[in-house]
Design a binder for this molecule. Structure first.
Ligand SMILES: [Zn+2]
Length: 169
């Protein structure tokens, strides 16, 4: 690799990307690029986000900063799970997820970032806890008379019944 390419690789170390909560009173910042990005399908995260799963960007705490609204952040320690979750006390947006198994690292919901974080979320944790109602990319079509609503057609049970393999035993 030549010297110019080397310089280009090292340049992003000074770049930062920012994130914010729904009300905008808390702002966060990380050094670019993040360490990794991952999807968390675990039950505690489902509850904390009120969602089927959450996508996080993980960074070392040394590369993470709260740039606005520190006093608005509320922290909940889940002693059974050995985790801590922080959220905005004004709007309720989940902000931080810390796990004792990965000390020195903080996870920020990917959706809070306005720009790219330098990592694609290629990793899945606790996929076996994913609820049966989670969207799994099944084909969707427009719903008549409801502009903007897409829906997944129910499976054609008659055809499926005809193709059902013979019962065992
Ligand atoms: Zn907020």
């Amino acid at each position: 690799m030549n010297a110019i390419a080397n310089r280009k690789l090292r340049k992003p170390s000074s770049a930062t990307v920012s994130a914010q909560c729904a009300c905008g009173r808390v702002r966060l910042e990380i050094d670019y690029p993040a360490f990794w990005a991952w999807h968390d399908h675990s039950r505690p995260t489902q509850l904390a986000h009120g969602a089927a799963y959450a996508t996080y960007v993980g960074v070392w705490t040394s590369r993470f900063r709260i740039t606005l609204g520190h006093q608005r952040i509320v922290r909940f320690e889940d002693k059974a799970q050995h985790t801590a979750r922080s959220f905005c006390s004004t709007c309720g947006t989940p902000l931080l997820f810390e796990r004792s198994r990965s000390r020195g690292m903080v996870n920020v919901p990917r959706a809070l970032f306005e720009t790219r974080t330098g990592r694609e979320p290629r990793y899945h944790i606790a996929l076996e806890e994913s609820p049966e109602w989670a969207y799994r990319g099944e084909p969707l079509g427009p719903l008549k008379a409801y502009p903007g609503v897409l829906w997944a057609r129910p499976r054609k049970t008659r055809r499926a019944a005809g193709r059902r393999p013979p019962l065992a035993g």
